[in-house]
Design a binder for this molecule. Structure first.
Ligand code: SF4
Ligand code: SF4
Length: 655
């Protein structure tokens, strides 16, 4: 008994010594935004679905089954550790209720074999298949862990077999029974020694695993569940506002994440939760087109930086460029593919934006091309195109569009045109089509005209939170004064900001995407498109699809005007970005390939004659790619396609 307690106490002390620096780092982190404390029901659901059910892991069937077998096996086999401790004190001892029962003996055997099968598949994936997603991961550490798991489970089975053979338990599972039969001829004395050796070996292996855990990537066994609990959840397009208190003490003023202690508790827990599985890296448009940014390596870089800092010196080294380079921080298109893929709900985008916030607001450090965006939005016209406010209605030339003046009665629907929709020549066609379709369907629609300014989406994603909040407050004030209740937006970024981020500034509206409203008007028989046999493929905009779960409405519109929609391999929630998000629209692109051209090539391979989009930024990016290709399918917004079909004047042209 004394030896057992000494072993457990020694393991506890050693484990704590390895865990203490990480606990201290977590304690030094910034508290999370209090708003994250809500939505308990959703958090319970995520724990059940993502942690217990391993949902995200099952997106890849074989690795999913492998991980689930190991995870579920470990959960189910946990009581056997207590049973081993009991049996060390008394070889005849067993757990109350479940010990020495046939059903539990069977469960132990089945799950133990499941774990060993899982380990075998894991070794096969790592050593034979060698997927690219592991590039940069610590593979030797994973090998050590797999070896430990194997040793723990094998020692458990052998120990149970000696107990059966010695008659210390009266029931057996299929594997332990078979093992016990195969050592039938061994003398009782030898079996008694083997039983003692194996139970101790088993327990010491478990304790050794416990000591190893806190300093390894397998700490995710402990941190994954709280990390999933703390995740902000849907909609992922919502960024947590930076509480800027210009009146507060200067030393407490924080503009994003400059050093490790600027990271929030969740962001710090993210670092300790990464399993290095590389699922995020595999789907990242930046990494897969040859840029330095890998969301996995970003998290690992931050974690290693934090882990290497001596106690009390977390604040001394800037995160950029010590943990990650400037280039890595600016490569991100904020598409959210990494977040969606991550099995432990690491939220890369929030961390990247926080790194950018510090660079932009505290150091004025950003790619020079992005200066054009900032100058335009800060300028008198308040738009990235640096156009005067008076030019905001140029797109409407020749159309009879109601512009909402101060004091005018609020319309049924306010059309938020957006800067791209107002100023980009190619995007204007979709803007005009949207208005004409709404008018044709009898919708009372108006626009703000020169009183509309940039929603602030690109400057927020670029990191200029202060400028974003200024724009948000002004736009909300304009919308509230005008009595607006329903907004339709044809830009996925405007839609996301108006629907998810403006409520933080007092702007609560019923925000619909133009594809949703158009699909509804078609459904209600207020628009009458005629179908053609043209083959169409649809590109899901990240800020409409993945960040806001809007997948069906654009497809419904296309279903009304075209034949079957040919899906690209990467579609719906696993769509591949066009390359415009995260203010990347205004920045130079490096790497081996351009993101927009990669996506357009994928669309071309479907054989479609038209690539449909539902966001002006996607439209422009993919149209640029079409122009670069020289030939290929046309790129058009769903509203443009619907207008061509539903607003004909007999000449085949949209009126
Ligand atoms: S948000 Fe997109 S671009 Fe940014 S790291 Fe994640 S996957 Fe890569
Ligand atoms: S961040 Fe998530 S998806 Fe990426 S490697 Fe780590 S655990 Fe895997």
């Amino acid at each position: 008994m004394a030896l057992l307690f000494a072993a457990i106490a020694a393991a506890g002390v050693l484990a704590w010594r390895r865990a203490a620096p990480r606990v201290a780092t977590l304690r030094a982190a910034r508290p999370d935004d209090p708003e994250w404390a809500g939505a308990g029901g959703d958090r319970v659901r995520r724990e059940l679905v993502e942690v217990v059910g391993q949902r995200k892991l099952f997106q890849r069937l074989v690795p999913g089954l492998m991980h689930a077998a190991i995870f579920w096996g470990f959960v189910v086999l946990l009581p056997t550790i207590v049973e081993a401790a009991v049996a060390i004190v008394d070889p005849h001892g067993h757990l109350p209720l479940i010990g020495d029962t046939t059903w539990f003996a069977w469960i132990v055997d089945v799950f133990a074999i499941g774990v060993l099968a899982g380990v075998t598949v894991a070794v096969w994936i790592r050593k034979v298949q060698r997927p690219d997603r592991f590039r940069g991961s610590h593979l030797e550490e994973a090998d050590r862990i797999l070896l430990m798991i194997t040793a723990i489970v094998v020692s458990l089975l052998l120990w149970q077999a000696t107990r059966v053979a010695l008659g210390l338990v009266h029931v057996e599972g299929p594997i332990t029974g078979w093992l016990a039969d195969s050592i039938d001829g061994v003398s009782r004395g030898t079996l008694e020694v083997a039983e003692r050796v194996l139970v101790w070996l088993h327990l010491l292996l478990v304790l050794g695993f416990l000591v190893y855990l806190p300093g390894s990537k397998h700490l995710h066994i402990v941190t994954a569940a709280p990390n999933v609990w703390l995740a902000k959840g849907a909609p992922s397009g919502h960024l947590t506002p930076l509480r800027i208190d210009l009146e507060g003490p200067e030393e407490e003023m924080r503009f994003g994440a400059g050093v490790a202690t600027d990271l929030t508790r969740k962001q710090t827990l993210d670092l300790f939760s990464c399993t290095e599985c590389g699922r995020c890296q595999d789907v990242c448009p930046a990494w897969t087109t040859g840029k330095p940014l890998s969301p996995k390596l970003l998290i690992m870089g931050l974690r290693d930086h934090v882990a290497a800092a001596p106690a009390g010196e977390l604040e001394l080294q800037p995160l950029v460029p010590n943990a990650v380079t400037d280039e890595v921080v600016w490569d991100c298109v904020t598409c959210g593919a990494c977040v969606r893929e991550c099995p432990v709900d690491i939220e890369h985008v929030d961390t990247i934006v926080d790194l950018r916030r510090h660079l932009v607001m505290a150091e004025s450090r950003f790619p020079s091309e992005a200066g054009t965006l900032l100058r335009g939005v800060e300028g008198p016209g308040e738009n990235p195109w640096s156009q005067p406010a008076s030019a905001r209605m140029d797109w409407a030339t020749g159309l009879d569009v109601r512009v909402l003046g101060p004091g005018d009665p609020a319309p049924e629907v306010l059309f938020w045109v957006g800067c791209a929709g107002a100023f980009d020549e190619r995007a204007r066609e979709a803007t005009r089509s949207t208005v004409r379709l709404l008018q044709a369907a009898g919708v009372d629609v108006a626009v703000l005209g020169a009183r509309e300014s940039c929603t602030g989406d690109p400057v927020r994603r670029m990191g200029h939170e202060f400028l974003f909040q200024t724009l948000a407050e002004r736009n909300v004030s304009t919308l509230n004064e005008a009595g607006v209740t329903t907004i339709v937006a044809s830009c996925a970024h405007c839609f996301n900001t108006l629907a998810n981020e403006y409520p933080d500034y007092g702007g609560r509206y019923d925000v619909v995407h133009h594809s949703e409203l158009l699909a509804k008007l078609v459904r209600e028989g207020r628009l009458h498109p005629s179908r053609t046999s043209v083959a169409v493929t649809y590109h899901d905009a990240c800020y409409l699809g993945r960040h806001n779960d809007r997948y069906d409405a654009p497809r419904d519109v296309l279903g009304a005007v075209a034949g079957e929609v040919e899906e690209m391999p990467r579609t719906r929630e696993r769509s591949f970005c066009c390359g415009a998000g995260g203010a990347r629209f205004w920045m130079e692109e490096g790497g081996d390939a351009r993101i927009n051209e990669t996506r357009y090539a994928e669309a071309v391979r479907t054989g479609a004659e038209v690539v449909a989009t539902a966001c002006p930024f996607c439209l422009v990016m993919l149209d640029d790619a079409a122009n670069a290709a020289g030939a290929g399918p046309e790129v058009a917004d769903v509203a443009t396609l619907l207008a061509r079909s539903a607003l004909t004047d007999g000449s085949g042209e949209a009126t």
